[in-house]
Design a protein around this ligand. Structure first.
Ligand code: BG6
Length: 491
């Protein structure tokens, strides 16, 4: 079923020439265009600091589409190009916002309707506040008398620690209402992440086993084969904990472990996710080194040209949810760049009642690539002995569902156009996550032990394996065998 038609809108992209816009946003808009999902009256306004060149950004988008093995229909690309308008301005200069306001008025005239406004901040966090303040001063934050919707979409990381996030939330709330703010965590918009709740709550078999009574521990992994891809300035201010753990991994953990919401409305889901995040046991500063490990891939310091950089490109953490359902179940999280493979997956290890290995009884939710769900069980081997053999039952997206799966950014755009905040992070969730991780950030900042160096193409530092062993397990590293018949394109 096609989603309902969306209202006329202008999407303003701050950072139109950046990596995110070219590698993710424009390709996602291309797919929406090709599927006829963009409103007829829909304009894209690219904000350029230098002389705008629409042909160049369209060519970049085309290269990206080809790289991701999409077929490129030149007519669709031309249609998308025709929607793009440009404003050359400095987003940190309040006066320049008059140019943007004028462009938006002009687009209203062309469309003969008041277009909704979507402001997408695909820019470094260091200039978020300046752009937000400037939008408000130019009257572009949707005043009460303005009979159109104005929404702002903000890329993560939202703040860079607890205090800065709190400050940013307070600042934004002076200029935009919560219902106008869409804090993007594109992992929440992945099809397979959305399926977590359906899988848990629509299958009594799973729902019945979902507790400390049957589950030994949980592992959540999001690793990438790629390194920082030349984004030295960005990454040096971020590191793996802020880039992935604070957002993507904490959100996945909340989906996997939250209680059943009263209903499936955005509010009820957010309420339960928050309760879960707030139930995670706080980390005592003196215990940071027992539950957190950081690593850095070999060659990173040369790449960023900073021989003494201690920025982590890998982080592993053990957490625990202190409630009656989960108390005593270790939750292991890990993320890293330049590792053996690209994989995001959740491994649920069941308790060993047969005195065999825990790895014989696993449920693997494969978020990407080779999306699917696999259950490892034990079966009697045919024959005259009682020999038991591990077997695998699996469901793969590819081969089960026909057609193209919308990618995460397509979903981000569709939901933002429709005003649906279900798959965006609330300010309270963001704060709960920063609060939890702050002791780790503080300890790593003060530590004189640098991150452990690991080899490119490995599974991260040896400390990560040691961490898992300290909590009675090993990381499951072989699950790229889930849905192997349908491999996704290499990263
Ligand atoms: C982003 C991170 O949120 O996710 C990047 O900032 C990372 O560092 C990217 O490369 C990975 O996204 P995906 O969808 O390819 O797993």
């Amino acid at each position: 079923m096609k989603p309902s038609a969306t209202t006329p809108a202008a999407l303003v992209i701050f950072g139109a020439t950046g990596d995110l816009a070219q590698h993710m946003l424009l390709p996602a808009l291309y797919h929406l265009e090709s599927e006829g999902l963009l409103p007829e009256k829909f304009a894209i306004v690219g904000i350029f600091r230098r002389e705008p060149d629409v042909t160049e950004i369209i060519q970049e988008a085309e290269i990206q589409l080809l790289r991701s093995h999409s077929e490129v229909d030149l007519d669709v690309l031309a249609k998308l190009k025709a929607r793009i308008h440009t404003v050359k301005m400095d987003s940190t200069n309040p006066d320049h916002f008059k140019l943007l306001a004028a462009k938006l008025r002009e687009l209203d005239k062309i469309a003969e309707v008041k277009l909704n406004h979507l402001f997408y901040l695909a820019i470094p966090p260091s200039i978020f506040k300046s752009v937000i303040g400037n939008l408000a001063s130019a009257g572009l934050n949707g005043s009460k008398n303005d009979d159109r919707e104005s929404r702002i979409l903000v890329e993560k990381p939202f703040g860079d620690d607890y205090d800065s996030a709190k400050d940013l939330i307070a600042f934004m709330s002076e200029h935009f209402e919560e219902k106008q703010i869409f804090r993007i965590d594109h992992y929440l918009a992945k099809e397979t992440a959305q399926n977590i709740l359906t899988f848990r709550f629509n299958n009594p078999l799973i729902e019945g086993m979902w507790s400390r009574q049957f589950i030994d521990h949980i592992q959540i992994t999001a690793i990438e084969k790629i390194g920082i891809m030349g984004r030295a300035a960005f990454y040096e201010n971020i590191g793996a904990l802020r880039d992935f753990v604070q957002s993507h991994l904490m959100q996945l953990m909340a989906l996997v472990m939250m209680e059943y919401p009263e209903d499936l409305t955005s509010e009820a889901i957010h309420r339960e996710k928050l309760l879960l995040l707030e139930s995670i046991e706080q980390i005592a500063p003196k215990h940071v080194e027992d539950i957190a490990v950081r690593g850095q891939y070999e060659g990173y310091t040369d790449e960023v040209e900073k021989p003494d950089s201690t920025v982590e490109t890998f982080a592993a953490l053990k957490l625990e949810v202190a409630n009656s359902r989960w108390g005593g179940v270790p939750v292991l999280l890990r993320t890293g760049k330049s590792t053996a493979t690209k994989a995001t997956e959740i491994v649920v290890a069941f308790k060993d009642r047969t005195r065999r290995s825990i790895s014989d009884n696993l449920l693997i939710i494969r978020i990407q690539p080779n999306e699917g769900i696999s259950l490892k069980l034990l079966a009697k081997k045919p024959g005259f002995t009682a020999e038991v053999q591990p077997v695998q039952m699996e469901f793969c997206y590819s081969g089960t569902f026909d057609g193209h799966q919308p990618d995460a950014y397509q979903r981000v755009f569709m939901d933002a156009m429709r005003g649906d905040q279900s798959l965006f992070a609330t300010s309270a969730e963001v704060m709960a996550s920063w609060k939890l991780l702050q002791p780790v950030l503080d300890a790593w900042k003060l530590s004189d032990v640098p991150p452990e160096v690991y080899k490119e193409g490995s599974w991260g530092p040896s400390g990560s394996e040691q961490l898992a062993q300290n909590f009675g397990t090993n990381w499951v590293n072989d699950s790229q065998h889930v849905c192997p018949k349908h491999p996704a394109p290499e990263q």
